[in-house]
Design a protein around this ligand. Structure first.
Ligand code: DGT
Ligand code: CA
Ligand code: CA
Ligand code: ZN
Length: 578
């Protein structure tokens, strides 16, 4: 970690302390330490190795300890703790140009403004200019900054961006002379959120492809157009970029525009070491400028002595090293999924009947589907009483008798109560083929409390799967502050599976959590938690998350054929109770 990065973390701590209205001397101490570190003449890592951190002027024992942790582990628990204590919106607010922590705090205290969107409303209602230290002029500046920020920083959910981009690509394939059209950028890597949508086309006639692009259905206006690239804004306000390249360099361009930036930077460095240059125009010998590859991605990686790397892995998280050592993981694929282990029906808060869900699952070619309506405590979600659950089980059994191909599993999503007990009695749990236990409330509990609660569920002999483990909602709610290492360790020890929930705003476990879990030998399930028939198609997003987490098919229980799954479900609880 560079001096600059360490200084940035200290400044961020100072900002958060200031935002919380902490003692000015404490805030000042972090800022001063950051300044000192930025001005150092040698790498701070070396100072740390000598044990001399606290000899840096203005760095006391406490700050030295935090720097040491940062250098050793790459993160700071103190910073993370502060981040959790301050509303996420407020942190964003503080970074609005012209605000800073003090004024963000003032807006929060005096106008109740928490998010950038709140601030937009406040300036539109002219409430900001009436505050002390603000005036007409600064209100107008803030208004401008906010509008720019909202345009620039709204990241879309993958599920919002993907269908749009795929429709556009499909349309271009049909209505333009392009030889190939692909999604690029974060879309092709299936990141959970997307900044802007990048498309790439191969053609010797860019003019014609760009004509077709700017006339796509749903395009509201053309933002920019050049000879080989254009940017359009859709009716939904999404920005779509297209670049057209010659077919002979398509592979190099696709590799470049897929990213990630970090992956590309490392690849370029490695290329230099081999006397090569890589750009969007191809791979070249550094001495003669002779082009040696470019038409396909495989070719580009092969020049580097590497196998082709799946886009989901291209985040510079060790994939290049793994490729070099020929140990890239086999990744789970959508076609391998044989069933879905969490969905809801009209019996609780789903929108479809059991039969309707069954038909949708059959059309996906599934061998099994678990019906997992909510337990009683979840009143808002229409949780089932024991009486209603018996009725539902009778219906599931009746439907099952009429099904030749698909097996319905009796399940439930049982709420983990705030004391860690399950919201269901032994009889109800015993009547289920599969039990998914999930957190839904009490997310604000301390790390210790909420972790203890989830550990109790993992250790419960009747629980097969921990559903949406952190209960985060992307862009809207931080998940519970779980000690994930403890959760993973317990899941490995008990054989309880962890879920990758494929709801587009959940994707929970996320990619890096999933990777940590499989590295520890934990089994996963990928479930859609569908509340309607069409939502069963979210499986794709869950699989993408798993792939980004280096997860192979054997780690995922619902790639297993029905008889193997049933054996696991059965064994899991007899072993646990035996
Ligand atoms: P996003 O749009 O924020 O979700 O993320 P990306 O990854 O789609 O980023 P974007 O749209 O800025 O750029 C698309 C790709 O272009 C990116 O993944 C890698 C490539 N790229 C962009 N800028 C650079 C750069 O400065 N250096 C390198 N090597 N590649 C870049
Ligand atoms: Ca992008
Ligand atoms: Ca872009
Ligand atoms: Zn749930």
């Amino acid at each position: 970690m560079k001096n600059q990065q360490v200084a940035q973390v200290l400044n961020e701590i100072a900002d958060l302390l200031e935002l919380r209205g902490e003692n000015v001397f404490r805030v000042g101490a972090y800022r001063e330490a950051a300044r000192q570190i930025e001005a150092l003449g040698e790498p701070i890592g070396e100072i740390d190795q000598r044990g001399d951190l606290d000899k840096i002027p203005h760095v006391g024992a406490s700050i030295a300890g935090k720097i040491h942790e940062l250098l050793q582990t790459g993160h700071s628990r103190y910073l993370e703790q502060l981040q959790r204590q301050v509303p996420a919106g407020l942190v964003e607010l503080m970074h609005v140009p012209g605000l800073g922590p003090k004024r963000a705090r003032q807006l929060y205290d005096q106008l109740g403004v928490v998010t950038v969107a709140d601030l937009k409303t406040a300036v539109e209602q002219h409430r900001v200019c009436r505050l002390p230290h603000f005036g007409e002029k600064s209100e107008a500046n803030i208004r401008q900054a906010v509008e720019q920020l909202l345009q620039r920083t709204r990241r879309l959910l993958l599920s919002e961006a993907l269908p749009m981009a795929e429709r556009a690509a499909e349309h271009l394939r049909r209505s333009s002379p392009a030889e190939r059209v692909d999604l690029a950028g974060s879309l092709r890597r299936f990141r959970e959120t997307i900044g802007d949508l990048d498309l790439l086309a191969a053609s010797r006639d860019p003019e014609a492809v760009l004509d077709a692009f700017t006339r796509l259905p749903g395009v509201a206006r053309v933002d920019a157009r050049g000879e080989t690239k254009a940017t359009v804004i859709t009716e939904e306000g999404l920005q779509l970029d297209l670049r057209v390249v010659d077919p002979s360099v398509y592979g190099a361009a696709l590799q470049y525009f897929t990213g990630s930036k970090a992956h590309n930077i490392k690849l370029r460095t490695w290329a230099e070491q081999r006397g090569l240059k890589i750009s969007e125009y191809g791979v070249f010998r550094a001495d003669t400028d002779e082009r040696i590859a470019g038409a396909t991605e495989e070719e580009v990686y092969a020049c580097m002595g590497l196998p082709w790397i799946p886009p989901e892995l291209r985040e510079d998280r060790g994939e290049l090293e793994a490729a070099r050592e020929r140990r890239l993981p086999e990744l789970v694929a959508l076609e391998q999924m044989r069933g879905d282990l969490q969905c809801h029906t009209k019996w609780s808060d789903g929108q479809r009947t059991i039969e309707e869900m069954v038909r949708a699952a059959e059309s996906l070619g599934y061998e099994y589907l678990a019906i997992t309506d909510h337990s009683q405590a979840l009143g808002v979600a229409g949780g089932l009483s024991s009486e209603r659950r018996r009725e539902q089980r009778a219906e599931i059994e009746a439907v099952n008798r009429s099904l030749p191909r698909l097996r319905l599993l009796v399940g439930m999503e049982v709420d983990i109560r705030s004391d860690g007990a399950l919201d269901a009695d032994e009889e109800m749990l015993a009547a289920c083929d599969v039990v998914v236990a999930s957190l839904h409330s009490g997310l604000g509990q301390s790390r210790e409390q909420v972790t203890r609660r989830v550990l109790a569920a993992i250790h419960h002999p009747r629980v097969h799967v921990l559903g949406h483990p952190t209960n985060r909602l992307i862009g809207r709610r931080e998940g519970a502050d779980l000690d994930l290492d403890a959760i993973i360790h317990a899941a490995a020890a008990t054989g309880t599976a962890l879920e990758i929930n494929a709801q587009p705003d959940r994707l929970d476990l996320n990619d890096s959590h999933a990777r940590r879990a499989v590295e520890s030998g934990v089994r996963l399930v990928i479930s859609t938690d569908a509340h309607s028939d069409t939502q069963l198609r979210y499986m794709r997003l869950g699989v993408a998350t798993a792939r980004r987490g280096w997860v192979g098919p054997l780690r995922v229980l619902n790639t297993r054929p029905l008889h193997e799954l049933l054996a696991w479900l059965y064994d899991k609880r007899t072993e646990a109770s035996g």
